[in-house]
Structures are given as C-alpha cells and as structure tokens.
Design a protein around this ligand. Structure first.
Ligand code: NI
Length: 293
C-alpha cells in the first residue's frame, strides 16, 4: 500500500473512486466495446454489464479505438473506464494480413504519436496506458526482424509515456516473453500482463517484477494455465474478457461481453478450491488498487 500511495504522489488527476456495489461485483479489466463488433449495440452491452455488477475498462489498440474508449468512459458516471495505447500488431510497417484485418476490425497500421496519446491519456477516466507490447505470433515471413524492431520502438515509447504520466500499463505478449521481460526489467512500472500465455517460470518473473496476471475465457477451455491460475497469489490476479474474443464456456461460439467475466472468476475459484465470493472480492480489490478506481 505504501508503494501505491508513493506512486500516487505527483499525479494531477486520478480516475475518481467508485463505490462497490455488492460483494460479488467484478471488474472486467480488458474489454473492447470500443471495437466495431459492438458498433450497433455497445451501450446495451455496457448497461447489461453494469446491471450485473460488472465494471469495465475499455482498452484501445490504436488511436481511433483509444479515442472511442475515452468517449464511452465519459458517457457513464460510474463503472466504465478507458486505457489508451497502440497494440503491437498495429505498428507501422506491419503488413496486416487479411484475416487479422477482419478480426481486429481496424485497417490502418500506425506509429505511436507520443503527444497525441499523451493528450488523450490525460482525460480523467483513462486509468492505464495500453494495450502495448510484443506479438511475434503475427510477424510476416521475411520481415520478422524489421517488424520486431518496430514493435519494440513503439512499445518503448508507450512505456515512457506511462512513466511520465505515472500510470500503470496493460501489456500484451504473444510468443515474445523473453524479449518482453528484458525490456520491462528496465522500468519500475505497475501493470498487468493481460491474457497471460507464458510458462510457470515466466509467470514468476512477471510476479517478481510486481506485475499482475490477467486471465480470461481461455482458462475455461484450455488446461495450459491451470498451474499458474491455481498457484500464483490471488492478490496478483485480475479477471478480464478480452471481448469480443475468447468467449468463455458455456457461451463458446457467441460474441463475448463483459458480463461473462463471471465465468472466468468461477473457473479461478474452481481451480483454486475456494469460493466465488473470495475470487470476486480479491480480484476486484486488485483492479481497484492497480488502476486506482
Ligand atoms: Ni485486447
């Protein structure tokens, strides 16, 4: 706690605290209602989440979706927050594959514009910088090294912004944990490794750096992360949906949404042999501490 208070020193604006609603409330720490998948009924989906005692953070993956995340946050007096950042698969020079285009619903590759994002990040309901990071799964053949360099450059700029504004980071990583850990070791930032996809030993490295680990619907249909979910300290876990993707069991095949985050919390409870209320209480407190909401 002392560390958290120290970090708050010098911050000009904080997100504004929101009272807890019930002991079972959850915070979906990684949602994308700001994506085109919700163009027609994003507000309906957000209202359903709030009615189910689920708060959410809409996470930007490009400037346009970051802006949209801020607009959504401004519309709601409580429970809806934003993160602004540039996802590694959208960095300049990336020849975005057609299926990625369709999947992400965004077309333009982009270079991180420090000043533009800085301005956006200073909106009062922006609680983090991200999503940012490294994604070596989506590299194009023959351009791997060049694209890795671009991803790293854009990642470093965002880490610098987080440091300057004293905000936590939301980090995406796919098949790049060793490089990512090397970079993060040089910074003293609070943050979450969202949709954690590494090994137990890598989980330990993130935990040692003070990071939280975010889990989503993947843990309801894959057994790959059971050990990390069961054995990492509950005080360091966050729940998320990464909606519209990664829909948890029992809604596989449907578009995901924040109100389904309860299935993730239920799975964590099952894997740890504890009750849902404990998972809800602790992970909500974790999210409130990290994002100061
Ligand atoms: Ni995401």
């Amino acid at each position: 706690m002392a560390q958290l208070v120290a970090r708050l020193d010098g911050i000009e604006e904080v997100a504004g605290s929101s009272p807890a609603r019930s002991t079972n409330m959850l915070i979906d720490t990684h949602a994308h209602i700001n994506f085109n998948a919700y163009k027609k009924n994003g507000d309906e989906v957000i209202k359903r989440a709030l009615q189910n005692d689920v708060f959410l953070i809409n996470v930007g993956s490009q400037y346009a979706t970051s802006q949209r995340a801020v607009e959504y946050a401004k519309k709601y007096p409580e429970g809806v927050f934003a993160a602004v950042g540039l996802h590694p698969i959208h960095t300049k020079g990336k020849k975005i594959k057609e299926e990625i285009n369709a999947w992400r619903n965004e077309r333009e590759a982009e270079e991180f514009d420090y000043e533009a994002y800085k301005k956006l990040a200073q909106e009062p309901k922006v609680v983090a910088i991200g999503e940012m990071g490294l994604d070596y799964y989506h590299l194009d053949k023959g351009q791997e090294e060049e694209q890795k360099i671009l991803q790293k450059e854009n990642f470093l700029k965002q880490l610098k912004l987080a440091q300057e504004l004293n905000k936590p980071v939301i980090v995406h990583c796919r098949e790049a944990h060793n490089d990512l850990i090397e970079i993060l070791k040089n910074y003293k930032l609070a943050g979450v490794l969202h949709s954690f996809s590494g090994r137990w030993s890598q989980a330990q490295e993130y935990l040692e750096m003070g990071f939280y680990l975010g889990f989503n619907g993947i843990i309801t249909f894959s057994r790959d992360y059971d050990r990390v979910v069961a054995e990492a300290p509950l005080e360091r876990l966050l729940v998320e949906t990464d909606c519209p993707y990664l829909t948890p069991v029992p809604h596989r095949g449907k578009r995901n949404e924040p109100s389904y985050v309860k299935f993730v919390a239920q799975k964590i409870a099952e894997l740890r042999g504890i009750n849902f209320e404990e998972v809800a209480g602790v992970t909500t407190r974790n999210a409130r501490e990290l994002f100061r909401i």
